[in-house]
Design a protein around this ligand. Structure first.
Ligand code: SAM
Ligand code: SF4
Length: 441
């Protein structure tokens, strides 16, 4: 929206006329980081008084007006259903200030505050207005907003509102326009993607709206890979498992949050499934796609989690052999039932469990990666590596990173085979197999 409105993007915050911090509220650490960053930028105001500062996203939604007290120089707070209004607000204030500055150089620019955190009907259909110009061969596509679950630790239902999906045709059109601009891989996003459209669209031939969407996106010519995140055991039915047997563009990877291996803790978390059900779905997925990689999210130190509960999680991680796992220390969130539970654990216990679980997770992940040395993997080359721009990043269908050497003009945006010759922990190193590239061309 800003580039369309004549702005350019700068990486230098000292040059920007508008600075927007997009925020996450899932854990307190993320909120503190955003507040700290905005606080440190207060210096800019003195030298460049016209600059417009804004918070967007979940923290903006949950804290609203309160943020103007925390950060006195703040101008704009825009919630999760109003992203499409950000340009109008920021540009309005900026133009106003620039005009006034010409008349009166002593203006303080106070009184321009805008806080818009209202709900907006059909806001899910405005997300596509944010499509950026891209040369990146991968893209994220939001297919829905909100979440109707009430996991006792989670702030998302509060910040994102009720679950609502975009029409299949709109999503397909967005994917088509991305493909026309060179995108080869899309990741469909939603809090519980597999529940997409369940309240808006009917089942057809026993297939859920999500599977219908996967089929429609799969039919797009030129699109080579499809991913989605995150699925949930609720509503993870056989039609979705089966989709992996007849939709080859679906990558062999699911990020499937488990949260805990203890049924007692799952119940306290208000996660409506038992560990046995979670394991059963993982097994079905591996039967449908033997090369399936599964990664997960786990929260350690949930209120009341005993050493036995934690050990059950460790046992489950060992049994399922996740390819990777994000381990989170439980963080108390405002307006969530778990925040008021009596048996809150100390940071020391959380950190100890975090480290112990990570050691198990990392050992399994590295063992699995080491086993890939000497094999040939199909990769999508995504661009220069951040750490060393002389090398290129690529990903296998299992979402493992493979570092390559080669000509970016020839490799970026292509799917080809690479021979893996080295592994250092989480990173694989490979050599492109030129014949497979020629075939792709
Ligand atoms: N909707 C997804 C699901 O239910 O599987 C998860 C989305 S959530 C935004 C991302 C992850 O953050 C969760 O899977 C959970 O592990 C973690 N998370 C959420 N609330 C948390 C909290 N209060 N403390 C620590 N981790 C949290
Ligand atoms: Fe949060 Fe996911 Fe639970 Fe929804 S399903 S409340 S997003 S953890």
């Amino acid at each position: 929206m800003f580039t369309e409105g004549g702005y350019t993007v700068t990486k230098d915050e000292f040059k920007a006329d508008a600075i927007l911090v997009n925020t996450c509220s899932v854990r307190d650490q993320a909120e503190q980081k955003a507040l700290g960053k905005m606080g440190s930028m207060v210096q800019h105001r003195k030298k460049r008084p016209h600059v417009v500062y804004g918070f967007m996203g979940c923290m903006a939604q949950s804290r609203g007006q309160e943020l103007f007290q925390n950060v006195p120089h703040l101008d704009v707070v825009v919630g999760t259903q109003k992203y499409h209004k950000v340009f109008e607000y920021v540009d309005g204030i900026l133009q106003n200030r620039l005009e006034r500055r010409m008349d009166d150089l002593k203006l303080t620019y106070k009184g321009d505050h805008i806080c818009d955190i209202d709900e907006e009907k059909d806001s899910q259909n405005t997300i596509k207005d944010h499509v950026k110009e891209t040369t990146d061969p991968t893209a994220f596509v939001s297919i829905m907003q909100g979440c109707n679950m009430k996991c006792s630790y989670c702030i998302v239902p509060d910040t994102r509102g009720r679950e609502r999906g975009r029409p299949i045709q709109d999503i397909v059109e967005e994917c088509e326009s991305l493909v026309a601009r060179g995108v080869k891989e899309v990741t469909l996003l939603g809090q519980i993607v597999n529940l997409y459209g369940r309240t808006e669209f009917p089942k057809v031939d026993g297939k859920s709206p999500f599977v219908q969407l996967l089929e429609a996106v799969h039919a797009i010519e030129g699109l080579e890979r499809i991913r989605f995140t995150s699925p949930h055991p609720i509503g993870y039915r056989d039609d979705l498992v089966e989709a992996f047997t007849y939709l080859p563009k679906l990558c062999s990877h699911i990020h499937f949050p488990m949260q805990s291996g203890s049924d007692r803790i799952l119940k306290l978390m208000r996660r409506p499934y038992k560990n046995e059900k979670f394991i059963e779905i993982c097994k079905k997925m591996k039967a449908a796609r033997p090369d399936m990689a599964i990664t997960t999210d786990i929260i350690v130190g949930f209120p009341g989690e005993t050493e036995e509960d934690f050990e059950e999680t460790v046992k489950c991680v060992k049994e399922l052999e996740f390819d990777n796992c994000f381990v989170f220390r439980y963080s108390q969130r405002r307006n969530t039932p778990a925040a008021d539970m009596l048996d809150q654990l100390s940071e020391k216990v959380k950190e100890d469990r975090n480290q112990r679980l990570l050691a198990v997770v990392n050992e399994i992940a590295q063992r699995k990666n080491n086993a890939l040395v000497g094999t040939v993997q199909e990769v999508l080359c995504t661009g220069p590596s951040k750490n060393n721009p002389n090398t290129l990043n690529s990903r296998t269908p299992q979402n493992k990173i493979v570092i390559l050497e080669g000509n970016p003009d020839r490799l970026v945006g292509k799917v080809f085979k690479a021979k893996i010759h080295e592994c250092t922990g989480f990173t694989l190193y490979g050599t492109p197999i030129i014949e497979s590239l020629e075939e792709a061309e």
